[in-house]
Design a protein around this ligand. Structure first.
Ligand SMILES: [Zn+2]
Length: 303
């Protein structure tokens, strides 16, 4: 099937940079995810889309007709294409942590007379908008969305945040289960490590800092529940008094570890690596072709 493609300005965020084409992919810098900053996994030639010489040539033609084109005039042998492709790079960059991807297809087109033009076509998904106030959203989708838009945690359903925290600890090697939503005795998630010790986790989805009184109440819940350790996870931060109280408890009564928003983001990113998406998870197929946009265009003197 011959698909006609439209070459519009790229839909890839302007802060997204594909590496400069050096002609050798082994020498190229890795691509960072524009949303969560993780290095993306590269899948070369995944066989999910077709691009012809004409698709690349159309971008070149549009560029040389642009009145601001800073090169030889139309019809000059330096800009008339020979009609073939001498180098090609087809790559699907996928973020292992949040699942965002960039499809990149780059070709070097020789001109009649000793000049080469490099054209990059690319495509990337627009981030889905969805609300995290519904506890029915699948946890893996929630976790990817949090990696992309961590600020969304502020409007999350508190129970969904608890379930997310439990699933992250599960990927970090604990047996983790969330307690009943109501009447949890101050412990939202229970962890068991390899030694069989029970660790109580308090999860607070809140905007303001956790204060010392909440650490004291948590210490009471840990003692009454017979837990050997405690972890307090906050979607914001801890006051200085709360940190001091946790330190004091660790030295004298029961160890309490504090996980603030930054630390939880790191834990989530690490846990996500257990769920690396593959090219087939990106919803691209030959029957659902990509729209590739002209992303990058430049002149190479010689290869
Ligand atoms: Zn990402």
């Amino acid at each position: 099937m011959n698909q006609r493609r439209r070459h519009a300005p790229s839909d890839i965020p302007s802060h997204c940079e594909l590496p400069f084409w050096r002609g050798n992919v082994a020498e190229e810098a890795p691509v960072h995810c524009s949303y969560c900053g993780t290095w993306m996994d590269d899948y070369y030639d995944p066989g999910l889309w077709d691009v012809s010489f004409e698709d690349f040539a159309a971008v070149h033609e549009a560029k040389i007709r642009d009145p601001y084109f800073n090169g030889p005039p139309l019809g000059h042998p330096h800009v008339i294409l020979r009609g073939d492709i001498v180098e090609r790079k087809v790559c699907l960059h996928i973020c292992p942590a949040c699942g965002w991807w960039i499809a990149e297809d780059r070709a070097v087109l020789p001109a009649m007379h000793w000049q080469h033009w490099a054209v990059t076509l690319a495509s990337a998904p627009v981030l889905e908008r969805f609300a995290l106030d519904d506890i029915g959203v699948p946890l893996q989708q929630v976790r990817r969305h949090l990696m992309q838009k961590f600020e969304a945690r502020a409007s999350m359903h508190p129970r969904l945040f608890e379930l997310t925290v439990a699933s992250v600890f599960g990927d970090l090697g604990y047996r983790a289960y969330a307690t009943a939503y109501s009447n949890d005795g101050g412990v939202d998630v229970i962890l068991e490590d390899g030694s069989g010790a029970r660790i109580g986790v308090q999860v607070k989805r809140r905007r303001d800092a956790v204060e010392v009184e909440q650490i004291r109440a948590f210490l009471g819940a840990l003692a009454l529940g017979g837990y050997s350790r405690g972890v307090y996870v906050s979607s914001s931060r801890f006051s200085r008094g709360a940190r001091k109280a946790a330190r004091h408890s660790t030295q004298t009564v029961i160890p309490i570890e504090l996980v603030d928003a930054d630390r939880f983001f790191d834990m989530l990113g690490y846990a996500q690596l257990k769920h690396r998406p593959r090219p087939e998870d990106c919803n691209i197929s030959r029957t659902r072709p990509l729209t590739l946009y002209g992303h990058d265009y430049y002149h190479l003197n010689a290869l």
